[in-house]
Write a protein that binds this ligand. Sequence first.
Ligand SMILES: Cc1cc2nc3c(=O)[nH]c(=O)nc-3n(C[C@H](O)[C@H](O)[C@H](O)COP(=O)(O)O)c2cc1C
Ligand SMILES: O=C(O)C(=O)c1ccccc1
Length: 422
Amino acid sequence: MSFRVIEDVAYRTKEGVKAPDPVAYEQKIYQRGLEYERPPFTFQSLKWEAQAEERMAAESKGYVVGNAGTGETARKNREAFAKWSIVPSRLNKTSELPNLSTQVKRISEQRLPFPIAIAPVGVQRIFNPDGEVASAKAAAREGVPYIMSTASSTSIEDVAKANGDGVRWYQLYWPSNEHNEITASLLSRAKKAGFSALFVTLDTYILGWRPSDMDNGYNPFLRSDNIGVAIGFADPVFRAQFKSKHGVEIEEKIHDAAAEWTQTVFPGFSHSWEDIKFLKEHWDGPIVLKGIQTIADAQKCVELGLQGIVVSNHGGRQVDGGVSSLGVLPRIVDAVGGKIDIFFDSGIRCGADIAKALALGAQGCLIGRPYVYGLALGGQEGVSHVLKSLLGDLELTLHLAGIQSASPEHLNRSVLIREDEL
Ligand SMILES: Cc1cc2nc3c(=O)[nH]c(=O)nc-3n(C[C@H](O)[C@H](O)[C@H](O)COP(=O)(O)O)c2cc1C
Ligand SMILES: O=C(O)C(=O)c1ccccc1
C-alpha cells in the first residue's frame, strides 16, 4: 500500500516564512512504514532517472536524458561536485534544524522559504499529460518559485492559474529584433499573469547537437501535436501577424504556424548586449540572464544594471566539451558577488550538491532534470516528492555538518575543502 505525497505536507514557520517541513515528511514516512505503508516513489535521488525512463516513450526519454555531443560537459558538471567536500564541525550546540530560508534581494522582496527554484523546462506534456500544470501546482504547494519556459506546452495564463499564489518567474526565449512586437507581447502577458521576474536564456538561440534526439528523429516542435508552441498559438500579436500574412487562422495551417513560431523563438542567431535595452524598456521588474559562464559576461550584467545571473551551461545540452558549471562558479562569485544576485544550475542531483553551490557563493539553485523525472514518475505528486526529498536531504546535511542555516553567514567556503588538496 502506498500513500499520497501531496496530502502529507506538514508546515512550519520560521522568521515569518511559512513553508513545508521536509524533515517532518521523513518522520511520517517511518511512522507509516510501521503500518506497512510505503512511499510511492524512491528516495534514492540517483534512481529517479532510471525509474522515470521506464515510464517514458523513447523520444521523451531521449529528450530529457540527452546532452550535447558525447555528453562530456554533462559528465563534468557532475564530477565537479565531487571535487569539493563538506567538512563537518562538532559540538555547535544547535537547538533547531537549520533555517533554509533565503534572501535573493534583487529578485524578490519577500524572503523565500528555500534556496531553490524550479528551472525552466519546455514541452513538459511529453513527460506527463498534465505537464506544466502539474509542476506549477507542485511548486506552489512546496513553496518553491516556478520558472516558466517560453517553450512550455501550456499557455502563460494557464500556468499562472495552476501556480495560484505561488512565486513565479518567466523565462524568455528571445525572438530576434524583427519580432520585437512579439517579445513585447510575451512580456506584457507574463507581467499581467503575475510573473514577477524575467529570466532570459542566452545559450539556446538554436538547439545544440543532440545525438539522442537525432537517433529518434525527434524534435518536439515539429510533431503534429504542436506540443512546444502553446504560448505562441495563444499570443494575440503572433496570431494577428500570421493571419495578415497567410489570410487564415493558425488552426487552418497548423504546421506552417508551428514552424513559424519555432523560427521566431529560436531564431538561430544571438542577440547583442545593446539589445538588452529593449528588454529593460519593456519589462518593469528584475531581469536575470541565464547561461552565464565567464567573468567578463557576468561583469557586463553588473555594468548594465541587471539584477541577476544564472551560472549555467544548460545541463551540458548545448556545448559539448564545455567547462563544468560548478567549476566556473567560484570565479564568477569572486568577480561579481554582492553586486548582482547569482543563481546556479547544471548537475544538481542531491541536497549536498545544493549545499556546495550555495557555499561557493550562489544565492539560489535551479533544479532541472530531477523534477522532470518526478513529473514523469507521478505528475504533481512526483514533482512534490522530488522537491521535498531534495530539501529534506539538504536540511539534514547542513544540520549534521554543524551548519546552522543556508544563509552565507553560516554556509560559505569555510565549510568546504577541495579533495585534491588533501
Ligand atoms: C528537457 C529539458 C528542457 C529544458 N528546457 C529549457 C527551457 O525551455 N528553457 C531554459 O532556459 N532551459 C531549459 N532547460 C535547461 C534547464 O533550465 C537547466 O538549465 C538544466 O536542466 C540544468 O541542468 P540539470 O538538469 O542537468 O541539472 C531544459 C532542460 C531540460 C533537461
Ligand atoms: O531542450 C532544451 O534544453 C531546451 O532548452 C528546450 C528548448 C525548446 C523546447 C524544449 C526544451
